[in-house]
Design a protein around this ligand. Structure first.
Ligand code: ADP
Ligand code: MG
Length: 312
């Protein structure tokens, strides 16, 4: 057995030792469940991917959990021993805020990388609450980039070139997650050219699948014309509400369409998840024992296991 397998066996034994509570007390059941999952998950070291993974977190609907998913999955990967970079490609800069990264107008940002050709590593800042986690912030300048990019050479592949150049300088991240704006413009196209994987968060709500076909169509266009490697590798169901039939129905429907891509873990709707950004923290440090943090840790673990098993 490898060290990782030993560690896994120990955790399973410990988790199995927690007694099963009666099913008549939902709260006790949830607490015991969380305790068991915490032992199974927290402090576990995730395996490295066979090669650097670059994922574009996309969905042209706003408010579906792109930013929340980006920062929390990246934090979970970093806490579990992998080196992770979040590229904030949304002019609103929500990912930068959520990671507690300074992004006022004068800060060197992803705008400088895209428009002026500044090296990516010159704008990357470490996240102070999570070791191994880094962020290329977005400032308000980025709002103009969508238009400024139009007249530049190789306008679709500027982010891809910047990432490739940083890897050549010997600075490799295990995971790069790109947080996209809620549109399918040039910024999102740059993200899709830079990544080989698309990671789609889907909110377990009515109309969840509406607009998905447009996103898939665009992915296909980018694949055919700009980036043959591009594919949807990962789908995460977010804001799942266990009390409604609707959430379960949406989840079933998405799993039926994308059996390979959807992660087993679903992220529950949780107040702690939505509170964390106002403290400049991810839920992974804000409340690591909460059900939201555990879900993101579990989802990140699934992704890491897939990444270690070979090309995804
Ligand atoms: P997007 O980046 O797709 O626009 P966000 O990640 O910003 O979406 O999420 C939209 C809103 O939903 C935010 O206010 C966020 O805090 C909240 N939110 C996201 N995931 C959850 C969750 N699991 N539970 C509760 N609130 C959530
Ligand atoms: Mg966002």
């Amino acid at each position: 057995m490898t060290q990782l397998e030993h560690d896994h066996a120990d955790r399973e034994a410990l988790a199995a030792a927690i007694p099963m509570p009666g099913t008549d007390t939902p709260l006790a059941r949830e607490l015991a469940d969380n305790a068991r999952r915490r032992i199974q998950l927290t402090g576990r070291q995730f395996p490295k991917p066979t090669s650097q993974r670059v994922l574009t977190v996309a969905n042209q609907k706003g408010g579906v959990g792109k930013t929340t998913t980006t920062v929390n999955v990246a934090a979970a990967l970093a806490q579990s021993g992998l080196k992770a970079l979040v590229i904030d490609l949304d002019p609103q800069g929500n990912a930068s805020t959520a990671l507690g990264i300074d992004h006022h107008a004068e800060v060197p940002s992803i705008y400088d990388v895209l428009v002026d050709g500044t090296p990516l590593l010159d704008v990357v800042q470490p996240c102070t609450t999570v070791e191994n986690l880094f962020c290329a912030p977005a400032t308000i300048d980025l709002a103009g980039a969508e238009i400024e990019l139009v007249s530049l050479v190789a306008r679709e592949s500027r982010l891809q070139k910047a990432i490739a150049a940083s890897a050549e300088s010997g600075h490799e991240f295990d995971y790069i997650l790109i947080d996209c704006p809620p549109s399918l413009g040039l910024l999102t196209v740059n993200a899709m050219v830079a990544a080989s994987e698309v990671f789609i968060p889907i909110q377990c709500e009515y109309y969840a699948l509406e607009g998905l076909s447009q996103l898939l169509k665009n992915i296909d266009l980018v694949k055919r014309h700009l980036n043959p490697a591009l594919h949807v590798s990962t789908i995460l169901l977010t804001m799942y509400d266990g009390r409604t039939r609707l959430s379960a129905q949406v989840a079933d429907e998405v799993r039926e369409h994308f059996p390979e891509e959807v992660l087993r873990t679903t992220v529950p709707r949780s107040v702690r998840v939505s509170e964390a950004p106002s403290f400049g923290e991810t839920v992974m440090t804000y409340d690591p024992a909460s059900s939201g943090a555990l879900a993101y840790l579990e989802a990140a673990g699934e992704m890491a296991d897939r990444g270690a098993a070979g090309p995804t």
